[in-house]
Design a protein around this ligand. Structure first.
Ligand SMILES: Cc1cc2nc3c(=O)[nH]c(=O)nc-3n(C[C@H](O)[C@H](O)[C@H](O)COP(=O)(O)O)c2cc1C
Length: 220
């Protein structure tokens, strides 16, 4: 059975990022019930970033899976054997959330060889990167997954990117000190784009599932 792992790097369980990731999962499920989809909420687990223990680089025992033991260990092992990976994060101060960055340190540092600077994941798989943000396509400060994107691309090939711009940060703008945003403009943008963004996530899930289903069919 093929397995897709979705990593939700946002704190809110039912807001923008979680909704995009749920649609991706729905897209996978629409193609095949033989593909397992596992969603991990980073804010629900207790873990550290790279500890610089260098256990992954010990001579004769080097590993491209992080050896530090905490709640992330089984998840990193699961990802190493998965068939597809989806990472989702809101944009905070121009970057992915701290939780996502911390997770990515543990995921990617073991991929990097300090012998020859090659970057190798335990298993190559399609990767989708999801971002949601206040910014618009014309005006945003997002660096996306930043330098981690380079590692992901080197290890897994070019990731697919899904971006939901100008999201609702709260359900009711009147309740909050958010006068810098025009609720009217937000509403209009949302009416024009949000369903389309969700649909793109759904289609991306379908595409990944179709790719994995065809690999299964031909024994891949
Ligand atoms: C602490 C914090 C920092 C943020 N920084 C940015 C930012 O730099 N750029 C941006 O476009 N949106 C920023 N936002 C808005 C969120 O990225 C946006 O509302 C996102 O869709 C929230 O995702 P969620 O609904 O899944 O929580 C920030 C929100 C918070 C809470």
């Amino acid at each position: 059975m093929k397995k897709v792992i979705i990593i939700d790097g946002g704190p809110r369980k039912n807001f923008n990022t979680a909704s995009m990731l749920q649609k991706f999962a729905d897209g996978v499920a629409s193609v095949s019930s033989d593909i397992e989809v596992k969603t991990i909420r980073l804010y629900g687990i207790d873990y550290k970033g790279c500890m610089s223990c260098m256990a992954c680089k010990v001579k004769g025992k080097a590993s491209n899976i992080c050896k530090f033991k905490d709640a992330l260990t089984p998840i990193l092992e699961d990802i190493a054997n998965a068939d597809g990976l989806v990472l989702g994060s809101p944009i905070y101060f121009g970057d992915v959330t701290g939780q996502m960055r911390t997770f990515l340190e543990r995921l990617t540092f073991p991929w990097l060889s300090y012998n020859d600077y090659s970057i190798t994941a335990p298993k190559k798989m399609p990767v989708v990167l999801v971002e949601t943000m206040n910014g618009t396509p014309e005006r945003n400060n997002s660096q996306g997954y930043g330098s981690m994107e380079y590692c992901i691309k080197a290890a897994h090939g070019e990731p697919e990117r899904l971006i939901a711009y100008n999201t609702y940060q709260v359900k009711n703008y009147e309740r909050f000190e958010l006068a810098g945003f025009s609720e009217e403009n937000k509403r209009q943008y949302r009416e024009e784009h949000w369903e389309e963004d969700l649909q793109k996530a759904y289609e991306a899930g379908k595409r990944m599932a179709e790719r994995l289903a065809s690999l299964s069919k031909y024994g891949g």
